[in-house]
Design a protein around this ligand. Structure first.
Ligand code: ATP
Ligand code: MG
Length: 273
């Protein structure tokens, strides 16, 4: 799949975003440190950690995304990709390292507080309420909002028209690709400043995968940086500004999507030659 937006990605349509979304402006808001230009908007830096009292799964792992970019994490099953995402979202305590969002150290915050700070996360599994309707799922996504979220819901329906058609149907009755749209739509309901997706195209056909990637690119173009894990490594790296190959909880390769696709080592080990 070629990327029609490769050299055309930017904050053209900011309708889904909050007014201050994805900014690295160091002067506009006062009282808060902001990252210098080029500093990642969201970074899980040098993270070490595991589950409960268990052994370390992450060994100094770093994943990050810059404003206006799509960053993709690939790697073999069990490499720790989901664990790294959970650590960045605060579902797993890091034993060392830190998580920074827009220049602020958020390592100690709960996932709920990270959502309030502007993080949206679509986990790999159990990412929708199957017994609720599509629309109820979107309403659940807006749980932290006290303002009128109808406009955001309309924007989600514009992005995913099929969801509007099926708004009163139980989400559990939808196809795999449609469920993933519900999951992404639910995350967008908080008007996130950054979106984290763990395998958004898991279990869908190649055509549906292409469609989902197109929608993800569209979301990125509204100015929301996207940090996502993908098992469709080749296709994902084609749309990635930045790519990370994780192996056994460590960064094995890092580069632009293009660089990783051209890297002989990466191709042989992870892309089937
Ligand atoms: N809830 C958990 N409790 C204990 N260990 C876990 C838990 N979840 C994952 N692990 C372990 O952490 C390691 C990394 O798993 P993780 O799910 O992060 O891998 P992954 O790269 O996302 O794999 P996949 O491609 O299959 O999604 C594995 O050894 C796994 O068994
Ligand atoms: Mg995983």
């Amino acid at each position: 799949m070629s990327d029609p937006y490769q050299n055309d990605r930017g904050n053209k349509d900011r309708s889904i975003t909050r007014p201050d979304s994805g900014t690295t402006d160091t002067t506009r808001r006062s009282g808060k440190t902001h990252p210098a230009p080029g500093t990642p908007f969201l970074v899980g830096d040098d993270m070490t950690g595991g589950y409960g009292k268990g052994p370390d799964i992450l060994h100094g792992c770093t994943i990050a995304v810059n404003p206006g970019e799509i960053a993709v994490i690939v790697g073999p099953n069990g490499a720790g990709k989901s664990t790294a995402m959970k650590a960045v979202f605060g579902m797993l305590e890091v034993r060392s390292g830190r998580v920074m969002l827009d220049g602020e150290d958020i390592t100690a915050l709960t996932p709920q507080d990270r959502v309030k700070k502007g993080m949206g996360f679509v986990p790999q599994t159990s990412n929708i309420f199957t017994g609720l309707t599509v629309e109820e799922n979107l309403e659940m996504g807006a749980f932290i909002r006290t303002d009128d979220f109808r406009g955001t819901m309309e924007q989600v329906y514009e992005l995913f028209p099929i969801l509007k058609e099926k708004r009163y149907q139980a989400a559990g009755e939808l196809s795999g690709g449609q469920r993933q749209q519900v999951a992404v739509g639910r995350a967008l309901m908080t008007q996130p400043k950054v979106l984290m997706l763990d395998e958004p195209t898991a279990g869908v056909s190649p055509i549906v995968m292409d469609e989902l990637f197109d929608r993800i690119i569209e979301v990125a173009r509204t100015g929301i940086p996207i940090l996502m894990v993908e098992q469709n490594a080749r296709q994902a790296l084609e749309i990635a500004d930045k790519g990370y190959v994780l192996v056994q909880g460590r960064n094995a390769h890092t580069g632009t999507g293009k660089e990783l696709l051209a890297d002989a080592d990466v191709r042989r080990s992870f892309l089937g030659g």
